[in-house]
Design a protein around this ligand. Structure first.
Ligand code: ATP
Ligand code: MG
Length: 417
């Protein structure tokens, strides 16, 4: 894309009331727009990043055999009364509304209820099971704290997956496969090294749930990390009994701040009992379906990536989720730049070409702020040195390469994640 055609512009300053580093940088770079406290819109650059994250998640969900669907945000009160989650005293994040005739509705903050009720007519015998389904859907939560930018907002997209199994053993098998998919997702988006599978509180049906916690200063959770085993324990379940269960001793664990980027939860028959979601087994006996739920917040992932990798000059994107791979800058030599832009684009490299009539300093500062993995400079100086200048966002000094070698260089030289 030509930068002269991008309607967003970078800004020197973020809104005064914005306290989080991720939102400050993302607003300045033109990735997000702050609609109000805790409510953010995604602009073209930011939406490209979100889509890349969601594509990675979608690929891993499909590989699990999960089926994508789309439920509704508007929900009936009765749906939630069944599980005793309508009362504001029980759930303090509700946004509620009403029809013109006064009928109360809720804006879904999660979808266990809606999903369980929806699948009920399709589940009859043991032959209907197992299956799993997921969606990318907007959740509404009246969060009290909204100080973490896009990591905790009041309207956000969640990927939520639900599994339906015949018994605990079948559920356990899927749960482990889902855990492996989660590990792949966090590796692929570039935060694998900082993300720990973390034991957290379970529920009636399982002692623990698992969270995927990324160590970062902006996180709101405290976890205790075992570096050797690569696992962690959430503060909320950090007791001697847990340390014993997992075979960890307290003095091996290091306290860290972390952000929960995803979680996996065994629900047992809590929701199937509430909605009478049952099937007849091979002996003709009626049995309750065993469920699990699995969430990831793509915007929280994007916020965490920002917090982890940004430097004093701006954003730093991992290759896999960068809005563009190359930020092409030309100082004069418009025709050479146009040729290179065409060549890279036709080789499948995503290029943001700063074709604006701006000073080099302005272009360089914007490239650093926007944070694409490679900066390529076409200039008289680079031509005299035999080609174009290439620099990775995390490197200090550029190298010179012949334009024809650029695609191979980009494919082979990754030092960033
Ligand atoms: P937290 O304890 O941080 O509020 P949660 O336990 O409420 O998270 P879930 O309800 O299980 O989280 O949501 C699943 C995923 O959705 C989380 O792991 C996180 O990635 C994301 N998420 C949750 N709340 C928000 C929010 N307010 N803004 C953005 N993403 C969120
Ligand atoms: Mg929450």
């Amino acid at each position: 894309m030509r930068q002269s055609e991008l309607f967003t512009k970078t800004q020197k300053f973020a809104p005064k009331d914005e306290v989080s580093k991720n939102a400050q940088l993302l607003i300045r770079a033109g990735f997000v727009h702050k609609e109000m406290a805790g409510v953010y819109a995604f602009l073209p650059l930011g939406w490209r990043v979100m889509n890349k994250i969601m594509t990675i998640i979608r690929e891993e969900m499909n590989a699990l055999g999960a089926q994508e669907l789309y439920l509704t945000a508007l929900q009936r009160k009765e749906l939630w009364e069944r599980t005793d989650r309508w009362d504001d005293a029980k759930v303090d994040v509700w946004f509620k509304t009403a029809l013109k005739n006064g009928t109360e509705l809720g804006l879904g903050f999660t979808h266990e209820e809606a999903m369980t009720a929806m699948v009920k007519p399709f589940v009859t015998s043991h032959r209907s099971l197992p299956f799993s389904a997921y969606q990318f859907q907007t959740k509404f939560r009246n969060e009290t704290r909204a100080k973490s930018g896009i990591m905790r907002s009041r309207e956000f997209i969640m990927k939520d997956l639900y599994s339906f199994s015949r018994d605990a053993a079948e559920h356990e098998k899927f749960y482990e496969k889902a855990q492996a998919a989660y590990e792949r997702i966090f590796r692929r988006v570039g935060i694998g090294a900082q993300t720990y599978t973390t034991f957290a509180s379970g529920g009636t049906f399982s002692k623990y749930s698992h969270e995927y916690q990324t160590v970062c200063d902006a996180g709101e959770d405290i976890i205790y990390v075992h570096e050797g085993k690569g696992i962690a324990v959430n503060e909320e379940v950090y007791t001697d009994e847990v340390l014993a269960d997992l075979g960890l001793s307290r003095d091996e664990l290091v306290q860290k701040k972390a952000a929960e980027v995803g979680n996996v939860f065994s629900l047992g028959t809590k929701f199937s009992d509430a909605y009478d979601l049952t099937y007849t087994d091979e002996q003709g006996e009626k049995r309750a379906v065993v469920m699990g739920s699995y969430g990831i917040g793509p915007a929280r992932v994007m916020g965490v990536v920002t917090e982890l990798f940004a430097d004093e000059r701006g954003l730093v994107w991992p290759h896999s989720i960068a809005p563009f791979t190359v930020h092409l800058i030309n100082i004069g030599r418009d025709d050479d730049a146009a040729q290179l832009y065409a060549d890279l684009t036709s080789a499948g490299v995503e290029v943001l070409w700063d074709d604006r009539d701006e000073r080099p300093g302005v272009k360089f500062a914007d490239a650093d702020l926007i944070g694409c993995p490679y900066r390529v400079v076409v200039s008289d100086k680079a031509a005299a040195a035999g080609g174009v200048e290439v620099k990775q966002r995390t490197d200090e000094t550029p190298v010179t390469r012949a334009p024809k070698d650029l695609v191979a260089y980009i494919k082979n030289s990754r030092t960033q994640t």
